[in-house]
Design a protein around this ligand. Structure first.
Ligand code: ADP
Ligand code: MG
Length: 339
């Protein structure tokens, strides 16, 4: 900065007014140069939460990052099935006995889940957890066939009844158990993108595990998001240049164990209660992360052919799918871009 100041004031030293102008310009440059990237990474919701923003006011940047992390923790506390005290755990304990009042936020998440279930003919189904709750991927444990058969009867999103007027919810099957793991991270990322908008921050990125929002560009260049090889952690298959986008990836490598050569992972086909195996990874691009999150899980279950048909019917939504043989498939709009 001083270097610029000296050079420029020598250029204009005979003219006071010009010097003043130079001072002003140098000062402006100094303000712009003071802006920088601020970031934070924390372990929340059982995953890596990361936020990076461009802001000149360092105190504001720190405040915004703290707000983002607090929002992530709030959502985890409300919608985690691993916490007995969460609103979702209370729903799972009580909604089988009759109408239960819930927060607007939970009600709306249940509504959105239901819309995606209708759209995907049940490939996305938060009651998958009626069976899913019996898997423990860390311990390498899965339910036996009899347990799966018994609990399978409780998988059907239509068992979760929503009353819009009273904002109450009830389960119409006694064994229903719901989990929002396929949509809550996207919701959290959207809420945090709203914080950026409110605070006037125009460039940044927020991610929770495989769900991200890209806000603005990266100082005149696009952000880049990589899609990894599902079987090689350190190998990127594609790098996507992105601006102002929501992007979600679901993969069979996130939470899994192998038994007798079969991979048991955390995305279940609600029709069978077994892991979906037509796909290795699905990346969805769209406008809001709640939707791209739910769709990445859905398309994973639907498989490449049904999945692409669905994505191509949705304006503004795109997909990159890596199938069970490792072959990559693109939605129609992306295919056009690639050629
Ligand atoms: P992650 O970022 O955790 O890998 P995904 O978007 O890939 O999230 O979704 C996987 C999560 O979705 C699972 O951990 C589980 O909580 C939930 N889930 C699994 N199968 C289904 C399904 N068929 N419908 C809705 N949610 C599901
Ligand atoms: Mg998802």
């Amino acid at each position: 900065m001083p270097r610029l100041n000296i050079e420029q004031s020598q250029l204009f030293k005979q003219d006071v007014r010009k010097q003043l102008l130079v001072f002003l310009i140098a000062h402006l440059v100094a303000i712009t140069a003071a802006a920088e990237w601020h970031s934070d990474t924390q372990s929340i919701m059982g995953t890596r939460v990361h936020a990076e923003i461009w802001e000149e006011d360092a105190a504001l940047a720190r405040r915004v990052l703290a707000q983002i992390m607090a929002e992530m923790r709030r959502i985890d506390a409300a919608f985690s099935t691993f916490r007995e005290t969460s609103e979702l755990s209370r729903l799972n304990r009580e909604a089988g006995f009759g109408w239960m009042p819930v927060s607007d936020e939970l009600f709306e998440l249940l509504q959105k889940s239901r819309e995606v279930s209708d759209l995907t003919k049940g490939a996305f189904d938060i009651t998958y957890a009626s069976v899913g709750r019996y898997y423990d991927y860390r311990a390498g444990e899965r339910p036996d066939d009899e347990t799966i058969r018994g609990a399978l009867a409780a998988i059907d999103y239509r068992y979760v009844e929503l009353d819009e007027r009273t904002r109450t919810v009830r389960f119409t099957h006694p064994e229903v158990y719901v989990d929002l793991g396929g949509i809550a991270k996207g919701h959290a990322v959207d809420r945090c993108a709203a914080i950026l908008a409110r605070e006037g921050i125009e460039q940044g990125t927020i991610s929770a595990g495989g769900d991200s929002r890209i806000v603005g560009d990266r100082r005149g260049k696009p952000w880049t998001v990589g899609i990894r090889d599902p079987r090689r952690e350190d190998t990127m298959l594609v790098v996507l240049p992105l601006v102002d986008t929501a992007v979600s990836t679901s993969g069979d490598y996130e939470r899994f164990f192998e038994q007798d050569g079969v991979r048991y992972h955390h995305i279940l086909d609600p029709a069978t209660g077994d892991s979906a195996r037509a796909t290795r990874s699905v990346t969805i691009l769209g406008d809001d992360a709640t939707f791209t999150d739910a769709l990445s899980t859905s398309v994973f279950v639907l498989g490449p052919s049904e999945g692409l048909k669905l994505i191509d019917s949705l304006p503004g939504v795109d997909a990159i799918i890596i199938d069970a043989e490792g072959v990559m498939h693109y939605s129609a709009e992306l295919k056009e871009l690639a050629h």
